[in-house]
Design a protein around this ligand. Structure first.
Ligand SMILES: Cc1ncc(COP(=O)(O)O)c(C=O)c1O
Length: 440
């Protein structure tokens, strides 16, 4: 017999059947707005999409064809839950660039580093456990922590990233409330969303604080090789192989569509992660892994990363120069030395969330700052991404944005307040959990 739940709503009869953790996950109204923002006439400074067009598609096609022709029976089959051993060995060449020395057994390959975030949280956190995060932090990670019902606590940042004293004080005050802190989640290099980087001098202090407090560090490093000057910053994991779980990804250095990332973890943690991964997906895609492996073996990947860096540096410059030339006085922004993002602070009194529908109407999009916090901070902030649009489009986007900001300022001067957030405005605090892949 076909029995339906008797409660629920007409729109979704299963609404009362969902687990508590699913109730914590909601698509924000921002998502709806971004379906409009993805139209070609809109300059999107919102999405964190890598510019995969910088790859040679002919070479990628050759790589993929060779994988199927020469290793098809393996590529199209199930594989190891921990990931392909040869790829794990190759990953060590990449992580050596950020100073990490490890063994292939320390690595688990995942479906993007997003999956690794999920596995680590699932393995460490019970509902109510505290996860310390930067202020602001990556939307996709906040969504994972929220979905496991973690208590997310922000730690202050400055232009050099996480502030050590603030970290100490936060640990003390959280513990004074009798709460358990399970993880310190940090993106030390070219952070999403601010673009800032912890300098080498600050990193040992952060490690020391976490070590002496007995808190595992979850280091997320998808942008570490995309610095615009000098060598890649040394990873936290390079100086602590027992206290740090390191996440890496090929999304930004090869292609996000391959969905191949990895975690490097201490032995016991890694075993738990493999079991959790097998429960989730049995194994990562052999086809994607072998494609990455073949690419690394046959293509000049270091040269390709260099050319990605050049593409992104040119776009960063286009963004910063046009912000400097066009944004009204009182606007501030970070100067990223790598990665994809700059973090903008609007002049006093302006609300980036309330302003977004107006910006989209003027054919420019960004991500409002509140999405990167769980506590309602970020009202006057926005994240601008320069990774995807061509430099001329970036300049045009900033031109449109600056005129929207100018007119908000005009309204504020005339009426004493800019366009107010309404119940229908794009986000409310805590609504950031599922930004959608194009906004991540
Ligand atoms: C800081 C950070 N971590 C993780 C991810 C997820 O990356 P992946 O494509 O490897 O799942 C992103 C994607 O934008 C990111 O910015």
């Amino acid at each position: 017999m076909n029995e339906r739940p008797s409660s629920g709503s007409r729109l979704d009869p299963w609404v009362d059947s969902y687990a508590q953790r699913a109730k914590n996950v909601s698509g924000s109204a921002i998502r709806a707005l971004f379906s409009v923002a993805s139209r070609p006439e809109v300059v999107s400074l919102a999405g964190g999409m890598p510019y995969v067009q910088a790859l040679s598609m002919d070479h990628m096609a050759d790589v993929a064809a060779r994988v199927v022709r020469e290793q098809g029976a393996r590529a199209l089959q199930y594989g190891s839950g921990q990931g392909d051993i040869h790829l794990r060995e190759q990953i060590l060449d990449i992580t050596a660039e950020v100073g990490i020395r490890a063994h292939p057994d320390d690595i688990i390959v995942t479906t993007g580093s997003q999956m690794a975030l999920d596995l680590v949280t699932r393995t460490f956190c019970d509902p109510g456990d505290v996860v310390l995060v930067e202020s602001p932090s990556y939307v996709g990670a906040l969504g994972v922590f929220r979905s496991y019902e973690c208590d997310i606590v922000h730690v202050a940042m400055d232009d050099d990233g996480l502030v050590p004293n603030a970290l100490r004080e936060t640990i003390d005050s959280v513990r004074a409330q009798g709460k358990r802190i399970k993880l310190l989640y940090t993106i030390p290099s070219f952070q999403n969303p601010t673009g800032v980087t912890q300098p080498a001098e600050r990193r040992p202090e952060i490690l020391e604080i976490a070590q002496s407090a007995g808190i595992a560090v979850l280091e997320d490093d998808p942008y570490g090789l995309l610095g615009f000057e000098g060598d890649p910053p040394r990873a936290l994991r390079a100086d602590d192989d027992q206290g740090v779980i390191y996440l890496g990804s090929f999304s930004k250095t090869i292609a996000s569509g391959l969905r191949v990332g990895w975690a490097i973890a201490p032995h016991g943690v890694r075993e738990k992660l493999v079991l959790a991964a097998e429960a989730a997906t049995l194994c990562p895609s052999n086809y994607s892994q072998l494609t990455v492996s073949e690419y690394l073996a046959t293509q000049p990947w270091r040269e390709q990363i260099k050319s990605f860096r050049e593409v992104y540096r040119e776009r960063r410059d286009a963004l910063l120069d046009s912000l400097q030339a066009m944004m009204p006085e009182g606007t501030r922004w970070t100067i990223p030395a790598g990665g994809f993002y700059s973090w903008v602070t609007l002049p006093d009194g302006l609300d980036a969330t309330a302003m977004l529908p107006r910006a989209v109407a003027e054919l420019v999009a960004y991500v409002p700052g509140t999405g990167f916090y769980v506590d309602g901070q970020g009202v006057s902030n926005m994240r601008l991404s320069y990774c995807y649009p061509e430099p001329d489009r970036i300049r045009e986007g900033v031109r449109r944005l600056s005129s929207v900001v100018e007119s908000e300022l005009e309204i504020a001067r005339t009426f004493g307040t800019a366009s107010a957030a309404s119940p229908g405005s794009p986000t409310a605090p805590g609504e950031s959990s599922t930004p959608g892949p194009d906004v991540a």
